[in-house]
Design a protein around this ligand. Structure first.
Ligand code: TRP
Length: 449
């Protein structure tokens, strides 16, 4: 018997939703600071190469798996493994993805909480004339107050679970249809502002003038890892979204559109941020604090800075929201499709679980800062490292191998509907390029290089 599943109204809503999943803290918070600490243009170049040769083919694969399976990632992989005549163990690839989503969202929500608290700060004009020391202190103070972080984390998780509980059409689709266009509108306004008061030339030089002396192994590896993260790959977000996509839509075209939008948004945000940073003679390599510490200093000293700071943090908040939805959707879809709980109860249950893990994350900045987990890191950093450098690449690698080596060619052609060099490109990327790239990342993690 088939239960009734949601389906995107059309290809456009699927593209917006997947773009909404892809565009998030990864683009606006992580990419700009990674560009800064990894030497600017060299990092951008490697990132773009990783996008073209690894991320695009893998995104096609992940959408394809989801659409063929028509279920949550775990059941999808079980079904496809059966169809391909291979071990049922493959379903744990879907299971690991759902777990990764739960873990990522638990710290993602805490960071989104910082963003929301900064919307409030910006609205009150608290960045006006702020010095570097004051900006750092403001951020440190936030991290030192578990109750304040708990409030924002709880609010963000509630917002996320309300959308998810409403389901594919009334929730996910509606939210993305409104939020993504708003996001681009805000970004354009900010770019205009940056163009008029910032130092766009220095910013463009920093980001795009090739300087190969700065290509280091670390830069290569983090660029590749970030290509996964920013496009939501390797975990099942894209797979579950693909499972709601109509059979008649083109996977290749939608993938290209989504990747283009995500990359464009990341690079444009970077340009806007660095134009403001350079106009104020600030350092580009501030690290994770870039948008929380450096940007307030820059905006706080500029005309109408508060208003643009408010807009900026709203942009980040919206982006985080649409990504958060996709992080939990695989796990909620699994509960809905394997238990009798129904969508609302499943959402509440998953939301509570993630919220709870998130509480330990926010405590790791203060009361629990002495607790060390994986790699000798605190709770926040361990979760980030474990998911982005181990679980996502492992997920992506497994999907590539499954599709590249195990699936029947006729099934692949039926879904992807690409021919000639495009098919060859997809095939080589999934059988050789992506696996080799991921294995190199792992060997490096193990300290082989
Ligand atoms: N891509 C999002 C960002 O850039 C985060 C995200 C959503 C994600 N779903 C994901 C990352 C799945 C990895 C896997 O902020």
């Amino acid at each position: 018997m088939k239960t009734k599943r949601g389906q995107w109204a059309n290809r456009w809503t699927f593209m917006l939703a997947t773009a909404g999943s892809a565009i998030g803290l990864g683009n606006i918070w992580k990419l700009p600071y990674m560009i800064g600490v990894n030497g600017g243009s060299a990092f951008v170049l490697i990132f773009l190469v990783s996008i073209v040769f690894v991320a695009i083919p893998l995104m096609m694969t992940e959408i394809m798996l989801g659409r063929r399976g028509q279920q949550n990632p775990l059941n999808t992989m079980a079904k496809l493994a059966k169809e391909a005549g291979v071990s049922r163990w493959w379903r744990w690839l879907g299971g690991m993805g759902m777990l990764a989503g739960i873990l990522i969202l638990s710290f993602y929500s805490v960071v989104a909480g910082w963003v929301m608290s900064y919307i409030g700060e910006a609205m009150q004009g608290n960045f006006t004339g702020i010095t570097a020391a004051q900006a750092s202190e403001k951020f440190d103070q936030l991290l030192a107050q578990p109750k304040v972080m708990l409030f924002w984390h709880t609010l963000f998780m509630t917002m996320t679970m309300i959308v998810v509980a409403r389901g594919v059409n009334a929730g996910l689709e509606k939210a993305n249809n409104i939020l993504i266009p708003t996001l681009f509108a805000i970004l354009l306004i900010l770019l205009g502002y940056s163009l008029s008061v910032g130092n766009m030339e220095a910013s463009a030089t920093f980001m795009f003038a090739p300087d190969f002396s700065k290509v280091t192994p670390v830069a290569v590896l983090s660029a590749l890892g970030h290509a996964f993260f920013t496009l939501s790959l390797g975990m099942g977000s894209v797979m579950v979204y693909g499972s709601y996509l109509d059979k008649k839509e083109s996977i290749a075209q939608t993938t290209l559109f989504i990747v283009l939008l995500d990359t464009l948004l990341g690079l444009l945000t970077g340009l806007a941020i660095y134009a403001l940073v350079f106009a104020n003679n600030l350092e580009p390599n501030a690290g994770p604090g870039l948008i929380f510490q450096t940007l307030p200093i820059a905006l706080g000293s500029m005309p109408a800075g508060e208003m643009f700071a408010t807009l900026f943090f709203m942009l980040v908040g919206f982006a985080a929201w649409t990504s958060a939805i996709s992080l939990v959707e695989p796990a909620v879809a699994w509960l809905v499709e394997t238990t009798k709980l129904g969508r609302i109860k499943s959402s509440i249950l998953m939301g509570l679980l993630i919220w709870l893990v998130g509480v330990s994350v926010l405590l790791s900045f203060n009361e629990w800062s002495h607790i060390k987990l994986a790699f000798g890191l605190g709770i926040f950093d361990s979760l980030d490292k474990l998911t982005s450098t181990v679980m996502l690449p492992l997920g992506g690698l497994s999907m590539a191998i499954f599709a590249g080596y195990l699936m029947k060619k006729s099934h692949i052609k039926e879904e992807l509907r690409i021919k000639g060099v495009w098919y060859q490109f997809w095939k080589i990327a999934n059988t050789v390029i992506a696996p080799v790239a991921v294995v190199i990342v792992f060997l490096n993690l193990l300290g082989v290089f």
